[in-house]
Design a protein around this ligand. Structure first.
Ligand code: PLV
Length: 322
């Protein structure tokens, strides 16, 4: 992709996670992207396709899509308005503003902010950037799997991929990427937190459902409805997508363990994927016969996230630890 905004990120072997799982674990370090998360892949691609002649972009976000949109718009020299819900931390507001974007705070959760972003796009003739539901985003995110394939080298295929699900954009992009490299038989473990579990709720109900509220601290997983495409994929018989939940407490513990062991601080949205490894989920799924024996390394997508610093980590600890 010419003129791309994202970086090729490292695929790091985690010795401590490998020991836990009993197989090689690789970390795809999306936290090291310029905007702090994988979101820049899809949003960079979408903006290149749709926003070149734009007089400005507007993006609704739980935080990280907004960070990516603000970064990309700054690089493209166009104004950006990022609409965030009141649940977004001051930290994210500050970081988005530091990227040169205008922040508007509307509604309690992302869905409310999104309604406002769509309204602004129409009334102010701005290019609307959705945070997770667009084929161009998925196409951009797919580059992540192409890089994993290049890093692993010919003949090595992941045994499974673990990722977090918010509105399902990362999931759709990873599936797109797996299709592109001919890896559709690689199982995907799709992690959410209890209280931000719209994908799991849809899988259980057999249809897309809308959650009443977002009660998890993983605010960047906080879409009340998963995108239709992610649900469609969950119904495909040629794909293996295992939807699992962790609690906020387990997620926070995973964030702390990751900081201790890998020396990297990520937000709760990313902690959900890490918790799958730290809580022994792989072994449990295998014992239950839901995940086959790993025929290759386990790839964990470290999606990253800007909504965390020591102060926020302390707040989460006080709130969640008893
Ligand atoms: N966050 C979106 C949606 O929020 C946003 O606006 O930033 N990991 C991190 C660090 C994220 O920020 C997100 C999404 C995800 C994972 C999940 O990605 P998705 O939404 O594509 O499934 C409401």
């Amino acid at each position: 992709m010419a003129n791309q905004f994202h970086l090729v990120t490292p695929l790091l072997e985690s010795v401590s996670m490998s020991k836990l799982v009993g197989a090689t674990v690789y970390l795809k370090m999306e936290n090291s992207q310029p905007s702090g998360s994988f979101k820049i892949r899809g949003i960079g691609h979408l903006c290149q396709q749709l926003a070149k002649q734009s007089k400005g972009v507007v993006c609704s976000s739980g935080g990280n899509a907004g960070m990516a949109a603000a970064y990309v718009a700054r690089k493209m020299g166009i104004p950006a308005t990022i609409v965030l819900p009141t649940s977004s931390s001051n930290l994210v507001v500050q970081r988005v503003e530091d990227q040169g974007a205008k922040v508007k705070i509307t509604g309690k959760v992302w869905d409310d902010a999104n309604t406002e972003a769509i309204r602004l796009a129409q009334t102010e003739e701005l290019t609307y950037i959705p945070p997770f539901d667009h084929p161009l985003l998925w196409q951009g995110h797919a580059s992540l799997i192409a890089e994993v394939a290049a890093s692993l080298g010919q003949g090595v295929k992941p045994g499974a991929v673990i990722l977090s699900v918010g509105g399902g954009g990362l999931l759709c992009g990873v599936i797109q990427g797996l299709k592109d490299v001919g890896w559709t038989d690689v199982p995907i473990i799709a992690m959410e937190t209890v209280g931000a579990d719209c994908f799991n709720a849809a899988v259980k109900a057999g249809r897309v459902v809308t959650l009443d509220d977002i009660t998890s601290e993983a605010k960047c997983l906080g879409a009340r409805t998963v995108c239709e495409k992610a649900f469609e994929y969950s119904q495909c018989s040629d794909l293996t997508i295992i939807s699992e939940l962790v609690t906020d407490q387990q997620t926070l513990q995973a964030v702390e363990t990751f900081l201790d062991e890998e020396r990297v601080l990520v937000e709760m949205a990313c902690g959900a994927a890490l918790a799958a490894v730290y809580r022994g989920l792989i072994k449990r799924l295998q014992d239950e016969g839901r995940l086959p024996a790993l025929l290759g390394p386990l790839v964990v997508i470290v999606c990253g996230g800007s909504s965390i610093d020591m102060k926020e980590l302390t707040r989460l600890k006080l709130k969640l630890q008893t």
